[in-house]
Design a protein around this ligand. Structure first.
Ligand SMILES: NC(=O)c1ccc[n+]([C@@H]2O[C@H](COP(=O)([O-])OP(=O)(O)OC[C@H]3O[C@@H](n4cnc5c(N)ncnc54)[C@H](O)[C@@H]3O)[C@@H](O)[C@H]2O)c1
Length: 445
C-alpha cells in the first residue's frame, strides 16, 4: 500500500528529497489544485503505436508534463524521449527500460500504460500500489482474473483510472447511448456488437516470417514478460502480437473495449436491469469460433459469434465475420433501432437523432451523459478533481467480460453460466480454469 498523499510540511520535504532522481517538478497532488506548479507529472510505459499517439495527446495538454518514458525497445524509447524533450525544449524527460524504476519515482503523479495486452495487469497493479493515477489501454486485461485484480488494486488505492476506450468521449457515441438510455427504443430486447474478423497485418511483417534474431536494442525477455517464452518472430512482435493468444486476444479482444463498451453504455440504466452507470454483465454466454491451428504464428479466432443473455431479458450478440451483424453497436427495441460506429450514427427514425442532439446541447435530458472535453483532458481533470472518469477500471472490466467469456465458451464448446456479482463461472471447473493463465516466473500478480 502506498502512503496517502499529504500536505504536511515534513512529508513534503521528505518527498522532495526522494525526488532528486527526476526533474524538479512538484507533483500536483502534493498541493492540490492550488499547487504553485499545477502540472500533473506523467510517466509513459510502452510507447509503440498507441503509446505514441497517447503521448502526443498528453504533450498537447498544458495540465500535465511528461517527465519519464519507459519502453523495452531502445528505438521506441529514444524516439519518444527525444520528442518529449524537443517539445518542452529541455532535457528533463528521463528514460527507463524497467517500469519498476519509473514507478519508484515519488515525483510522478500518473502513468499512461500502453504495453501489449499481456503486459497491462502487472505494471498497472504496481502503479496503483505506488499511488499513481492511471490511464491504461483497452482491453483492460489479458485474462478475466487479471481484470479483477486490477479493479481491486485501483479501488483499494483510490487511484483515478481512465481506460483507452475513447469512443465514450465522442459526441456520436454519446448521442447513441443517450437515445437508448432515454427510452426512444422502448425496452431494449436485442443488442448487436459487430467487430472485425480475420487478422490485419499492422506492421507489414506478414504472418509467415521465420523465427529470427531479436532486433538490436530490444530486451525480448522483458517484452515476453509474464507470457510463455517463445522464439522471437517478427510476425508476432510490435503491433502484430495481438494475433497470438500468448500475448493478445485477436480482433475480439482488440475491439471489445470499443464497441461492446458502447453497447454497455446504452444499457447502463436501471430500466435494463443494470446499475445507473454500468451494464453489470451477462448471465449466460455461448459461442462458436474458427481458430487457425494453435501453433500458427497468428492463431487467434478469425470468425466468431458470441451469444449473451443479460439481465432484463436482453440478448446481446458479439460477432466478427457475420455480414448481418454490422460494425459498431446496435440496440433494438419495440419502437425501432439505433446503430453507431465510427463515422456513422443511424436510427430507424432519423428525427430522433436531430432531437437528441438538441436536447443533449440544452442539457435537458433525463439521462444526460457527460460531454467529455476530450479523453485525455478528462483524465487530467479527474486527477485534479478526484472525480470518477468516463471509463474507470470497473467499467473497462465489465466491457471486456463478454469477450473473455465468449472465447472460453468457444474453446470448451459449452454454454457458460456467469455469476456477474461473484464474477464466477457456475459449475464448470474446466472453463473456470481458463479465467486465469499461468504467468512465466518471476512475474505474478
Ligand atoms: N484505444 C485505442 O484505440 C487503441 C489503439 C491501438 C492499440 N491500443 C492498445 O494499446 C496497447 C498497445 O498496443 P500497440 O498497438 O501500441 O502495440 P505496440 O506493439 O505498437 O507497442 C507496445 C509498446 O510497448 C513496449 N513494451 C512491451 N513490453 C514492455 C514492458 N514490459 N515495459 C515497457 N514497454 C514495453 C513495446 O516495446 C512497444 O513499444 C494495447 O493494449 C492495444 O490494445 C488501443
Amino acid at each position: 500500500m502506498t502512503t496517502p498523499p499529504t500536505t504536511d510540511r515534513r512529508s513534503v520535504l521528505k518527498l522532495l528529497a526522494a525526488s532528486t532522481a527526476g526533474p524538479f517538478i512538484l507533483p500536483s497532488r502534493l498541493f492540490g489544485a492550488d499547487a504553485p506548479s499545477k502540472k500533473i507529472t506523467l510517466g509513459c510505459i510502452g510507447v509503440g503505436w498507441q503509446g505514441g499517439s497517447n503521448l502526443d495527446s498528453f504533450l498537447g495538454q498544458d495540465a500535465c508534463q511528461v517527465v519519464a518514458i519507459c519502453d523495452v525497445d531502445a528505438g521506441h524509447l529514444n524516439e519518444a524521449v527525444t520528442k518529449v524533450n524537443g517539445h518542452y525544449n529541455n532535457k528533463d524527460c528521463k528514460s527507463y527500460k524497467d517500469f519498476e524504476e519509473l514507478l519508484a519515482r515519488k515525483d510522478i503523479d500518473a502513468v499512461c500504460i500502453c504495453t501489449p495486452d499481456h503486459w497491462h495487469s502487472i505494471p498497472a497493479i504496481a502503479a496503483a500500489n505506488a499511488g499513481k493515477d492511471i490511464f491504461c489501454e483497452k482491453p483492460l486485461s489479458h485474462t478475466l482474473n487479471e481484470g479483477i485484480a486490477m479493479v481491486n488494486a485501483a479501488h483499494n488505492n483510490k487511484v483515478i483510472w481512465q481506460t483507452g476506450s475513447w469512443q465514450r468521449a465522442q459526441a456520436s457515441f454519446r448521442w447513441a447511448a443517450e437515445l437508448v438510455q432515454n427510452g426512444y427504443l422502448g425496452k431494449v430486447t436485442h443488442v448487436e456488437v459487430g467487430l472485425p474478423q480475420g487478422h490485419s497485418d499492422f506492421d507489414g511483417s506478414g504472418k509467415d516470417k521465420p523465427n529470427g534474431p531479436v532486433p538490436a536494442g530490444v530486451d525480448y525477455d522483458r517484452w515476453i514478460g509474464p507470457a510463455q517464452m517463445m522464439p522471437f518472430n517478427p510476425s508476432r512482435f510490435h503491433k502484430n502480437w495481438r494475433w497470438n493468444y500468448n500475448t493478445g486476444g485477436g480482433q475480439l479482444m482488440d475491439w471489445i473495449g470499443h464497441h461492446c463498451d458502447i453497447a454497455h453504455w446504452g444499457l447502463a440504466n436501471p430500466q435494463f436491469g443494470a446499475g445507473p452507470d454500468d451494464a453489470v454483465g451477462p448471465l449466460e454466454v455461448s459461442a462458436t469460433a474458427e481458430f487457425p491451428p494453435k501453433d500458427d504464428v497468428w492463431n487467434t479466432a478469425t470468425k466468431y459469434r458470441i451469444q449473451c443473455k443479460y439481465p432484463g431479458n436482453i440478448d446481446l450478440v458479439i460477432a466478427g465475420g457475420y455480414k448481418e451483424i454490422q460494425g459498431g453497436a446496435k440496440w433494438i427495441g419495440p419502437n425501432g433501432w439505433v446503430r453507431v460506429d465510427r463515422g456513422t450514427l443511424q436510427a430507424s427514425n432519423p428525427d430522433w437523432i436531430r432531437e437528441i442532439q438538441k436536447l443533449d446541447k440544452a442539457g435537458t435530458l433525463k439521462a444526460q451523459l457527460y460531454n467529455s472535453p476530450g479523453h485525455h483532458k478528462e483524465f487530467l481533470d479527474s486527477v485534479k478533481s478526484r472525480k470518477r472518469t468516463l471509463t474507470p477500471v470497473e467499467i473497462a472490466h465489465r466491457s471486456q467480460t463478454p469477450g473473455h467469456l465468449g472465447y472460453i465458451a468457444a474453446v470448451v464448446g459449452r454454454t457458460l453460466k456467469w455469476d456477474a456479482v461473484k464474477q464466477e463461472i457456475v459449475g464448470d471447473a474446466e472453463a473456470s480454469k481458463m479465467l486465469s493463465k499461468k504467468m512465466r516466473a518471476p512475474w505474478h500478480i
